[in-house]
Design a protein around this ligand. Structure first.
Ligand code: MG
Ligand code: MG
Length: 274
């Protein structure tokens, strides 16, 4: 391992299996929230649902109490021009909104971290397309990862896909990350850049990949609550995230309910789940 790989946590197969338990719980929780996110529902309602589901299944919310000031909730709920780290509260969703929901859980000491952006009822065509492009870029990024490749192969695939779809802003101030016994670990996984750089992708590496894409500027402001990140130009943003790993058999999306098998197969990538 070279200098740049310092601090990267490499998991055994048994430890990856434990991460799958946490990841599946996060994935199932997000599917519940996707169904629940409707006009009239508050972001606090979604948070309560998430915390209850995680605790009922033996997990602990990763985000609750995280950071400074301590994050006060189980999910991040970011509406419209809010990109990430929104704090759940009394705001109710209305037709035409989009909500980005980020969720993390710890089971037996191992973390899962994933996010999705949900349209509330009918949304504008360009917003719907933003969601499609952002989610697809996440899958293209994970599909570009190979044992023996490099972390920025993922970054490059995300950027290349998004740029080919139109004029979008790709956040540079926030990135994906390594994950395992902590939620945020080395290495960083940027959503842009040249391929073939950064640490090697090896068996036992687990990464949270999370493109954050806007209809306008890539620049953001931190709001007064010291958490919420919003676009400077008020443009709508999308955020999709999965925790994944690469086994000798292929890619395994630990936070997808099906392990990513369906989408990876569509992209022609071998499924590496157990
Ligand atoms: Mg997350
Ligand atoms: Mg993350």
């Amino acid at each position: 391992m070279g200098f740049r790989d310092r601090g990267i946590e490499i998991k055994t197969a048994e430890q990856i299996d434990l991460m799958r338990v946490a990841g599946r719980l996060v994935g199932e929780t997000l599917e519940l929230l996707r169904e629940a996110a409707r006009p009239g529902v508050s972001t606090k309602d979604l948070d309560t649902l998430a915390e209850t589901n995680i605790r009922d299944h033996g997990g602990v919310p990763s985000f609750l109490g995280y950071g400074v000031p301590p994050f006060p909730a189980t999910i991040c709920a970011s509406v419209n021009d809010e990109v990430v780290h929104g704090i759940p509260g009394p705001r109710t969703l209305v037709e035409g909104d989009v909500i980005s929901i980020d969720c993390g859980a710890i089971v037996a000491g191992w973390h899962g971290d994933a996010a999705l952006t949900v349209p509330i009822g009918e949304v504008a065509d360009d917003v719907r397309e933003l969601l499609r492009v952002t989610e697809e870029s996440l899958w293209r990024g994970m599909a570009a990862a190979r044992l023996g490749g490099r972390v920025t192969d993922i970054s490059h695939a995300i950027e290349t896909y998004v740029r080919a779809q139109g004029r979008y802003g790709i956040l540079e101030d926030y990135t994906g990350h390594g994950i395992g016994t902590e939620m945020h670990m080395a290495p960083s996984v940027p959503n842009y850049g040249r391929r073939g750089r950064g640490p090697a992708i090896v068996e036992g590496l687990a990464l949270a990949v999370e493109p954050m894409v806007t209809l306008g500027s890539k620049h953001t402001d931190l709001l007064e609550d010291e958490w919420t990140v919003a676009t400077v130009d008020g443009s709508v943003a999308a955020h999709f995230e999965h925790t994944f790993t690469v086994t000798p058999q292929g890619a395994w999306v630990l936070t997808a309910v099906d392990g990513g098998e369906a989408r990876l197969t569509e992209l022609g990538v071998p499924f590496g789940g157990r």
